[in-house]
Design a protein around this ligand. Sequence first.
Ligand SMILES: [Zn+2]
Length: 322
Amino acid sequence: MQEYVIGVDIGGTKIATGLISKEGKLKQKVVLPTFAARGLNASLNQVYKSISDLLEISKVGKQAIKGIGVCAPGPLDPIKGIVHNPPNLAGWREVPLVSLIRKKFGKKTKLENDANAAGMAEVIWGAAKGYKHVFYVTVSTGIGTAVIINGKIFHGKNGMAGEGGHVTIDYNAKHAKCNCGNTGCIEALAAGPYTVKRLLRHLKENPRIKTNLVDMVDGELDKITMVTLGEAAREGDAFAIQTIEEEGKLLGIWLGSMVSVLDPEIIVIGGGVSLIGNILFKEIKKSMHAHTINIFANKTPVVQAKLKRDVGIFGAASVLIK
Ligand SMILES: [Zn+2]
């Protein structure tokens, strides 16, 4: 009998739930609105409904389900299976999500935060397959990381380890206030929105800069995103390339420190910003090698994540497979 794992990716606006085979094939997917503003009961019911709907639509018998993996917004405790108090889910306070789902569906259940889950998915089905010591990074609107040691996610004492995006690399950077309240975290210096902010600041300070970016958004500068920036860079726009190289340099400085601490076998970078590709990766590697004491760092592969679509579902499912 073919066995499956259910992956549930709970977000602030939608819940994506999928049926995944051990080989990493997504057989069926259900997406429901979270109804986050309606409070705990409403959003929790949507979680249950997404799982029941998936079982019904896919017509896979419950006996073929090995378990249910869930990734939810943090802060959460993956060891105890409790979601603490995520800012984007109204009414969620110390919710014992793992035991609630286990009782409801009678299946082994595990909870993980999204960056850790995405990192594990890369180990099982993606770019870090076959590696044991992995540092995973996702760069999008924020920067999330996962520390995987001996094939297992490192959780620390309270389940709070692996928040590499909130490592301070410039505590004097007044323009880099982070969402976590700290100043100068790598997230606040190099995640997508902050990179765009830095670009706009340069443009305002130096209106003579020549760039196609202004025409690409018909002069409406607040419409510039990392996607526009990536496009302009690929077309050879010098200012766009320079902005991306600066982001790569910052990421590399930070990764150099991470390599000094962890000495990983491989570094996998995912998230929307990683899709920019070679222009970014080239600079990351150069800067990383220059900012670490690890003499083997130039042999440590720094690669793009393999899983792009539905990475939340794959991540959630992967923590159950491992
Ligand atoms: Zn921070």
